[in-house]
Design a binder for this molecule. Sequence first.
Ligand SMILES: [Zn+2]
Length: 467
Amino acid sequence: MTATCRRAVLGLLLLAGVASAQPPAADFERALEDFRATLEKLVEADTTNPPGNEARAVAIVAARLAAEGIPHEVTEFAPGRQNVVARLAGDGSEKPLLLLAHLDVVGAEGQPWTSPPHRVTERDGFLVGRGVSDDLGMALVELESVILLRRSAAKLRRDVILALTGDEESGGAGIRWLLEHRPETVAAELALNEGGGVRLDERGQVRSVELQAAEKTYQDFALVARGSTGHSSVPLADNAIYRLARALERLGRHSFPVRLLPVTREYFRARAAVESGALADALRAAASSPAAIAAPALEVLEANPRLAATLRTTCVATTLGGGTRVNALPAEARANVNCRILPDENPADVARELARAIADPGLAIEPLESFGFGPPSALDGQGPRAVREVAAAAWPGAPVVPLLALGATDSRFLRARGIAAYGLNPIAMTESEARRAHGIDERIPLASLRPAIEFFHGLVLALAGAR
Ligand SMILES: [Zn+2]
């Protein structure tokens, strides 16, 4: 061995010594194995809501957190129903980042699954099981990210909070309990949650990254008509069923005003880039129209029911009933009207507009239970910026598309308290796979799991890592 060689070997040994003194690099292969093993347990825990039984899932997550020495708190919001909240401490130079996901799942009873829903089955390159895409997979991507930060002793400029909660699927009692009874444990500047997603095209390439920044508000109203009852052999003019029918007829012809929110404008602009023909033209025209959308473009957009629903508040009759006997005049007739309200509008204003449209002061319009609502989150700022940067590196060329969700997530409760919440499930899947959530043979692509963990870990580091 020459002297030069010896120096080189010594240099390598020194380098190795330096390397071993540093925290280990993120071990994504181990994270992926842990993800799969824990997902199997969570699916088998069967947190079908109702009744929920989220305590079973919380026990599994808490054991993993305890094994990694991550401080966490388990709280009970109803018998057998728990949340778990963990925290990695940052240096406090910025306010916390909250990672939110829910541990309850939608029931699979009555659905003809091709494998047992509450067991993870690997088939055709997918993991199949109730909850794998909504929302247990997301919950575990978040858990593995936090564990990777812990294992690599990452220095953080803000606390990273992991909150895995119950009851998202029927009212959000878990996160609501935390916000009411332990607000300091989930207080954050920004939050990542379900809602948006990484979309694959049919060839399996990432087409776009949908970032949910706002959601419509859910509100039911009861329309109640009352009339004189009596023997049906003597009809009377104030028949409750006819009165309600007239109201519904007027409601069916009524359209709420078109209002393009900034999030919808950006969505249309991005969607235009991946559409073609008349639809692309209409999307582009609408996105750039300063005020009212021109009639021809509006007509094209309104022909697509999903796009039409993003343009305005909608209210639609969903249930109907009246009368008690076939030979008696009905004392009462009632319909449920389900409204999906643009997030910057107020349910009380919608009730007033319903009254104007129905134009019958004798008919009662009663708001039913409120499930909460919050304003849109900002489309600029550090959250979306970090998503764009990390997504551009992970999936070059795939645009980040802001989204107004037509349905609801727990993000509304965070937004209502001033937390900028963004929805993005990083497990890439096609549109049709995403639609299996709540349905038959819910599944996630195996090939999407490691990229999801790597992307999300990168995103959390971009948002919370020490500069
Ligand atoms: Zn969900």
